[in-house]
Design a protein around this ligand. Structure first.
Ligand code: SF4
Ligand code: SF4
Length: 478
């Protein structure tokens, strides 16, 4: 909160903006935003919704380009197939994601909330826009809600809620397509009676989705979302957030008030800041807050107040940007915004994390061969031959690709005298996402051993091409 403004709104942190004095929910009627930032957000939202609606149909080698099938434990990310055996990647990914979220918020504040979060996109750029189309702007909506249930109101409400429900089914169906595949969703819609489980899941989630966007709305951001609740610890002075320039804006006064005071000689034009206290920034805010009170938990950085204030500044012939993307530091020190060394360092770490994760993902083996000595077995001498030792191994081969692999063979590359006898003798095929298991008997002369444990390096080949090189030990006598 600005120092100058401290005395004006001392109570704003005492309760949520969406709760009235009696503790009841205060319904927010935000004015329809318009302006450059809103237009930009419309474009981003359009592109993201396009991704939601198109990506489930895209295929690569006959498999979805993107699939997170937790039930069959099959994950495809841009054509790269991940199986439960890639759990280590998942763990690394999760750790990287946590670090990424923290650092990203340090530097870019709640950029994600305003521009990319599905809650904001669906609420502000889909559902709210439909509401404006059917019920009009904030004032008309309020009058409609408070007015009698006449034919016009019934028509508007029924139409709005039917569209809301239809959209909920649409978005939920496409969202679930990322988990179970678009084909399964298509089948469910064509024949719901034959797919009752899936249809029930779609129905329940769609109803929840509808309830959130029709009624619960900004409460998700202010009361439920854990990311929003963490802002107080994640944001620092350098974070870029939607900020009111209190030095430029204060002392605020309406045009009427300043005219009166100037006229009476009580004040000069220079005594006032650029804020004309028109409340337009508050009127458009979907979470009902006054950004002039400073950074608040409820602010989802939707930029609506930036547009509203820019329009006012244009009208009164003042420079735009009284509310703008800025850091607390740059406002306090009256400096133009620049990336601080800390922000640059954090951004560098972010790029590094993403780079590492990409390298690890790209270099993971596509066919994983796990060869381990059979549990409970040590070694044996070859039958009637104390110059050769035999070890028994179990193998598991996992085909993580979306294509079949054929003619799989094993080799030992670091002990040239090793003789292998796989059981079964031939692996003609491992289907896509499939696996093969079996045993291998390996015999090597005692002379080739390097003590009790000799490292042994296998090669797994498919159609003569190397697919993996698992390593283990070969046991012999002390
Ligand atoms: S829109 Fe701008 S001028 Fe109007 S109250 Fe908000 S900050 Fe002040
Ligand atoms: S204060 Fe501004 S940026 Fe924050 S939620 Fe309200 S309108 Fe959006």
């Amino acid at each position: 909160m600005s120092e100058i403004n401290k005395e004006k709104d001392v109570n704003f942190r005492d309760r949520l903006s969406t709760v009235d004095d009696s503790g009841k929910r205060r319904w927010i009627y935000p004015k329809k935003p318009k302006g450059t930032w809103y237009n930009r957000r419309k474009i981003v939202a359009f592109l993201l919704i396009l991704v939601l609606l198109v990506l489930p149909f895209l295929k690569y080698e006959n498999e979805p380009l993107f699939l997170l099938n937790i039930f069959e434990r099959k994950f495809i990310i841009f054509g790269m197939v991940f199986t439960p055996q890639d759990f280590h990647l998942f763990a690394i990914g999760m750790v990287a994601l946590m670090i990424f979220i923290v650092l990203f918020t340090f530097v870019f504040g709640r950029f994600f909330c305003g521009w990319l979060c599905p809650q904001t996109i669906f609420m502000e750029l889909v559902y709210r826009r439909i509401e404006y189309m059917i019920e009009g702007d904030a004032g008309s909506q309020k009058r409609l809600n408070e007015g009698p249930w006449d034919n016009s109101k019934i028509f508007k409400k029924v139409l709005k809620h039917l569209i809301f429900i239809a959209l909920a089914f649409l978005f939920v169906s496409f969202g679930l397509a990322f988990i179970v595949g678009i084909e399964h969703i298509g089948e469910t819609w064509v024949n719901p009676l034959a797919n009752t489980t899936m249809f029930t899941v779609i129905f329940i989630i769609s109803m929840l989705f509808y309830f959130i966007f029709a009624f619960f709305r900004e409460q998700v951001c202010t009361n439920v979302c854990p990311y929003g609740r963490m802002q107080s610890v994640l944001l620092v002075d350098d974070s870029i957030v939607v900020h009111y320039d209190f030095y430029r804006g204060e002392k605020r006064a309406s045009q009427k008030e300043r005219n009166q005071k100037i006229k009476s000689g009580e004040a000069k034009e220079d005594d006032f800041g650029d804020c004309i206290d028109c409340n337009q920034c508050v009127a458009v805010c979907p979470t009902g807050i006054d950004i002039r009170n400073g950074t608040q938990l409820e602010c989802v950085n939707c930029t609506a107040c930036m547009d509203a204030c820019d329009a006012v500044m244009e009208k009164i012939h003042k420079p735009k940007g009284l509310i703008r993307y800025a850091s607390e530091y740059s406002i306090k020190n009256r400096e133009p915004f620049k990336f601080s060394t800390r922000a640059k360092a954090y951004s560098g770490v972010l790029v590094l994390i993403l780079g590492l994760l990409t390298i690890v993902a790209l270099n993971r083996v596509k066919v994983e061969g796990i060869i381990l000595r059979t549990p409970g077995m040590t070694y044996q001498y070859a039958e009637g031959d104390t110059t050769h030792i035999v070890n028994l191994y179990n193998y598991k081969l996992i085909n993580k690709t979306s294509g079949d692999i054929h003619n799989v063979e094993f080799k030992v590359i670091n002990i040239k005298e090793a003789v292998l006898k796989p059981i079964p003798a031939k692996i003609d095929l491992i289907p896509k996402f499939g696996r093969a298991t079996g045993s291998i008997i390996v015999t090597i002369p005692v002379s080739a051993m390097k003590g009790y444990k000799t490292p042994i390096k296998f090669q797994v080949l498919a159609d003569g091409k190397l697919v993996d090189e698992p390593e283990t030990n070969f046991l012999g006598p002390h």
